[in-house]
Ligand binder design. Structure first.
Ligand code: GLA
Length: 779
């Protein structure tokens, strides 16, 4: 037996046991040198946690499998149709979706693989040129190597285990060990076969302005797929998917979740077989993908993060949020407070001139924000969205003295200066396009489809990446810019490149993404102190991969507060709170026309990386006072919001048809529409040693719509330590705009969980109660 920290190998039964925080993961080398999935579930700590019984149930018991295709006719149960696999291939009698498919030099695709080597290494090696979870001391990885019978390919499977997070990082790599070229048609990041099918599939489908609405469907026979074919992860589906036990609520139930550190076309899938086993896998979208691999070359899949918890959706999202904040977001930013900002988009749209910017930034300074962001409309000829992308120099009519001078004026108001860019795009009506039409993605007989009047630059072409890197590194330096909003306003369509031969055109979608990552890496590394915010028509490419480069993301173009709560709920499945940009915008809301109260808009925006986005030149005296108060309140909560985890007590707009039941057994029915969430640090349930009066949790209760003749909600608060005394401070206004009332008392964790807090009677819609909870003393 040998064991390196978190990874243990039991030689007698050839079982690897991976201890991933709160869960265990086991795999085994089978009799045929194949790789067999044994277990994923609650952490095993008992005498057989070393895997000594891991092979017992499925392998030793012979399953009658009539018509099975197998290399051992005497033993139909040896068919790959039923053996739980870690790395299923095609054409070998499995019949389910394979995890990988390679076209060998002889044109065939069905060869089995055998394990040739396996070792434990320090750290978390990651895929080349792709974002990955950053290594910390104590991390370990298992690397298993497999080879086909003809020794043409070697596949390495990576299993990374963190010393301080309940997660497993998986990815794969193919090396051509033969003497002829081969084609990779599919390469997953991970795959595993669960022994049962009693799962619900959770995914994050959406649309522009309706990103990441959590959906839950029972897994039936056949497949459930969450995928993108758009060349970006997209508004329509985020690269996150979970299998949850049918009884899963916000804070209880088994959840096996996966997210990809990948921002291009992807596929996550669950398939229930005829034997009621469930295959869960994910990686690059195989549709349209084909990578030519020459002898000696290697190709790496993106990395996937897997987590398993019995703590329901809050438990699952806490792992993802914490891991991504601490290990994916750049360490310089993971604990760094974000400046409250005012963005010019909804206030000025394209009417950005030296004059309007000066006026708006002066108004922003009056509001005590710290950063002014000049959004779209500042560069040559950009008066609407029909032209100019690619011509990244200031419009001389709007900014006769240039951007550096505009930035200087903004700084003279005591604010930092930020700028909007969209590096990957070009307008057909631009100097750049006229000079370099061959720099756009295109196919020989295609039409170059436009979306938002723009074309996509070919970032698979290193020359384009170099050009853009030099240009933007120069631009940021020239105006001492403190913040960049990196936008990307369309999906890819014709994914062809003029610089690659016909046989490599199936690589372009992935190569485009490698180019984006390289460009983002070069620009962000040149300016480690500049805060980068990702954006893609709102939250269209909001995924863990982009967060490796951009510490925060504009989650949606929809700034309506209620819609934002729904979007923030879904986004919180993986997106850390401090990465979730959220702004207070004007009423009636520009996207939906809905009017919501200031306190309601503030509550939605406050629980994120906070900003304002309206014409602050128009504010009334009362609005000014109330906004200043909001910003003061936000500043007081900022330490908690920077490193806190977002969990949900009542999912937003909750009713009995909502996909997930509330936490802590909160009543299942209420004629009021409501929401409640909690920001806590660290995640509730973890122990703390020091007494503190700083709120360690902030609960925001939202009465979205009031109702007649109902008792106010008794809000049960989960996750605090039962035998600990807490100080509770309630803040609310009885009527809109009336004096704030504060109430303070002490209560124990168990009291808050089981008895809960009776919410005050609140008059009207869109009403908020803030509940600050700080630890007083441990038993
Ligand atoms: C996208 C972004 C918006 C804004 C506009 C500017 O739609 O999501 O926030 O920056 O582009 O054109």
């Amino acid at each position: 037996m040998n064991s390196v920290g978190l990874i243990h190998y039991n030689e007698e039964v050839s079982v690897y046991s991976l201890s991933c925080g709160n869960f265990s993961y086991q795999l085994r080398i089978g009799e045929r040198e194949d790789l067999i999935h044994c277990y994923v579930g609650p952490r095993l700590r008992g005498p057989t946690a070393d895997g000594s019984t891991a092979d017992a149930p499925f392998i030793r018991r012979r399953l009658p499998v009539p018509y099975a295709c197998t290399s051992d006719p005497a033993d139909p149960s040896s068919s790959s149709q039923v053996i739980p696999s870690e790395w299923p291939g095609s054409g070998a009698g499995d019949y389910r979706v394979p995890a990988w498919r390679i076209e060998y030099s002889d044109g065939s695709s069905s060869r089995s693989l055998s394990v040739t080597d396996h070792r434990i290494v320090d750290g978390l090696p990651g895929p080349e040129g792709l974002p990955s979870v950053r290594t910390a001391s104590g991390d370990r990885s298992l690397v298993v190597k497999l080879q086909d019978d003809a020794r043409e390919v070697e596949i390495s499977l990576y299993y990374g285990v963190c010393s301080d997070h309940s997660a497993l990082m998986r990815w794969s790599s193919v090396r051509n060990t033969g003497s002829s070229s081969i084609r990779i048609r599919q390469l997953s990041s991970f795959s595993l076969d669960l022994p049962d099918n009693d799962w619900h599939c959770l995914s994050l489908p959406g649309a522009w302005a309706r990103e990441r609405w959590l959906e839950r469907l029972p897994l039936g026979r056949g497949s459930f797929t969450a995928e993108s074919r758009r060349g970006i992860s997209g508004h329509q589906m985020s690269p996150w998917m979970a299998l949850a036990a049918p009884d899963t609520s916000q804070d209880t139930g088994s959840v096996l979740a996966a997210t990809l550190l990948y921002s291009s076309s992807f596929r996550l899938q669950a398939e229930c077989s005829d034997y009621f086993q469930t295959r869960f896998m994910g990686g690059i979208q195989p549709d349209g993908f084909c990578w030519l691999l020459q002898p000696g070359e290697e190709f790496d899949s993106p990395q996937a993060i897997l987590s398993y918890t019995t703590g329901g959706l809050n438990g699952s999202s806490a792992v993802m949020q914490q891991l991504i904040r601490q290990r994916v977001v750049h360490p310089d930013w993971s604990e760094r407070p974000r400046p409250p900002l005012l963005n010019s988009w909804e206030g000025l749209y394209f009417n950005t001139t030296q004059q309007t910017v000066s006026e708006l930034s002066a108004a922003a300074a009056d509001l005590d924000v710290e950063l002014f962001v000049l959004d779209d409309g500042w560069f040559q000829g950009r008066n609407d969205d029909t032209s100019s992308l690619g011509d990244w120099y200031p419009d001389r009519q709007k900014f006769p003295e240039g951007i550096a001078s505009a930035a200087e004026k903004v700084r003279s108001h005591g604010l930092k200066f930020g700028l909007w860019i969209e590096p990957e795009m070009v307008s057909p009506d631009s100097e750049l396009y006229r000079k370099h039409p061959e720099w756009c993605l295109q196919v020989p007989h295609g039409k170059m489809l436009q979306s938002r009047n723009q074309l996509v630059l070919d970032l698979a072409n290193p020359e384009v990446v170099d050009y853009l890197a030099d240009l933007f590194i120069g631009l940021i330096g020239s105006a001492s810019i403190s913040y960049i909003k990196w936008d990307m306003n369309r999906n890819l369509a014709e994914t062809g490149s003029t610089v690659f031969p016909p046989e490599q055109q199936g690589e372009i979608t992935h190569r485009y993404m490698l180019g984006v990552y390289k460009l983002a890496d070069r620009i962000t590394s040149a300016y480690p102190d500049v805060l980068f915010e990702g954006c893609a028509g709102g939250g269209g490419r909001c995924d863990a991969g982009m967060l490796y480069y951009f510490p925060q993301y504009w989650t949606s173009d929809n700034t309506d507060a209620l819609e934002r709560m729904r979007i923030q709920y879904g986004s919180s499945m993986f997106l850390p709170l401090s990465s979730m940009s959220a702004h207070i915008s004007a009423v009636p809301n520009h996207q939906l026309g809905r009017s919501s109260s200031m306190e309601f808009r503030a509550a939605a925006a406050m629980t994120g990386s906070f900003g304002l986005e309206f014409d602050a030149r128009d504010l009334s005296g009362a609005e000014l006072i109330s906004l200043k108060q909001i910003i003061r309140r936000w500043r007081a909560y900022q330490p908690l919001l920077t490193s806190g985890t977002l969990s949900w007590i009542l999912p937003p707009d909750w009713d009995s048809s909502s996909p997930v039941r509330p936490a802590a057994g909160n009543a299942a029915w209420s004629p009021m529409r409501e929401a409640a969430w909690m920001v806590s640090r660290p995640f509730p349930g973890h122990s703390h040693s020091q007494e503190s009066r700083e709120p360690e949790a902030l609960v925001v209760y939202v009465q979205i719509l009031t109702a007649p003749a109902v008792p106010p909600r008794r809000l049960r608060i989960p996750g605090l330590t039962d035998n600990t005394l807490y100080r509770i401070l309630l803040r609310y206004c009885m009527q809109p705009d009336s004096e704030e009332i504060t109430e303070e008392w002490q209560s124990s964790g168990e009291d808050l969980r089981y008895r809960g807090i009776q919410m005050p009677y609140l008059h009207g819609d869109h009403r908020i109660v803030y509940i600050e909870i700080s630890r007083l003393q441990t038993e």
